[in-house]
Design a protein around this ligand. Sequence first.
Ligand code: URA
Length: 423
Amino acid sequence: FAAIDVIRTKRDGGVLSDEQIDWVVDAYTRGRVADEQMSALAMAILLRGMNPAEIARWTAAMIASGDRLDLSGVRRPTVDKHSTGGVGDKITLPLTPLVAACGAAVPQLSGRGLGHTGGTLDKLESIPGWRAALSGDEFIAQLGEVGAVICAAGERLAPADRKLYALRDVTGTVEAIPLIASSIMSKKIAEGTGALVLDVKVGSGAFMKSEADARELARTMVELGGAHGVRTVALLTDMSTPLGRTVGNAVEVAESVEVLAGGGPADVVELTLALAREMLTAAGLPDADPERALRDGRAMDVWRAMVSAQGGDPDAPAPVAPEVEVVRADRDGFVAGIDAYAIGVAAWRLGAGRARKEDPVSAPAGVVLHRKPGDQVRAGDPLYELRAEDPERIPAARSSAAGAVSISTEPPSVPALVIDRIG
Ligand code: URA
């Protein structure tokens, strides 16, 4: 094969053969197809699309670029969750120990944030001592003993995706449904989980801004999971407003701990329980009662064990941001909406996220919301606060967040959080 023929086939709207796909993914992983050739192919895929058979083969080739973990030695049923990424989306933090407390094992291999969406590992690293990198043996041992692991994916998990995702990020080719679906599912299938629940986000803070695109992505991923023997269902959920009241790293950990203590914001609790029920059903534990596991402290016990097993101190005080700016309502009314994208960008500019892969993130930086959509406000009431370690980060965040909160004179209708279930 020659890369140029594969590129031309897709450029001209043709269908790639199984052999072409296997060859190009393998050759790219080994460095025998150049970045510029893979960029051209990714752009051709973005513009021309792929049929279901091509997507399935592409996904299989990405899995085959590395190792598929074997979790058959873990005595509990395994089930994982993946979110397509949002603003204030800390759900993995309370959900993983909660589902483990109900009898399943959750092998959560997570990533870091890039751009306006946060990363689970960045959030957990705000806990002093906590370590994201585990060896394969440590991963399996913790999964068996604690039932819950959140850690970084190793080098051998879908290495083709690692390389391709970095390339797509800088070539305007992230937003292709076949490439997003195969990227996410190759990693989740290679991780070895028996079942998977997808939280596919829709709205300003999500990759997929339209419900039609989100549905297509969800359907594509559910089919890929099934084809590889992973029971997969998807919830379509609203990401027009940030989840909960916090967007950042340490602030999101603190909010997750509130949920595990039986409190926390209603939307975070609702989505955590909805996903927990789906995961437990998919794991063959439909009678488990996640609400009770939150109330009676079992989920909190697993959280503490999970954090400690990875070197973290669950009792360490949260780091405090020295710079705080409170933004207030300029009139009376109701909060009609809070734009997730604008708040996500503000948190990122405060230092919660990174501009380049190698940048560090700030643990205490972020946005704390004092009001949520539907709440009544009076002029002068605090709407949200911007927190940073470095005062120079405040002005850019202030202008990103300006106008994010809309205030109406009449009570607004607040959109449902869970839009649909696909699977
Ligand atoms: N997340 C991934 O892992 N891959 C994508 O392509 C997009 C989001």
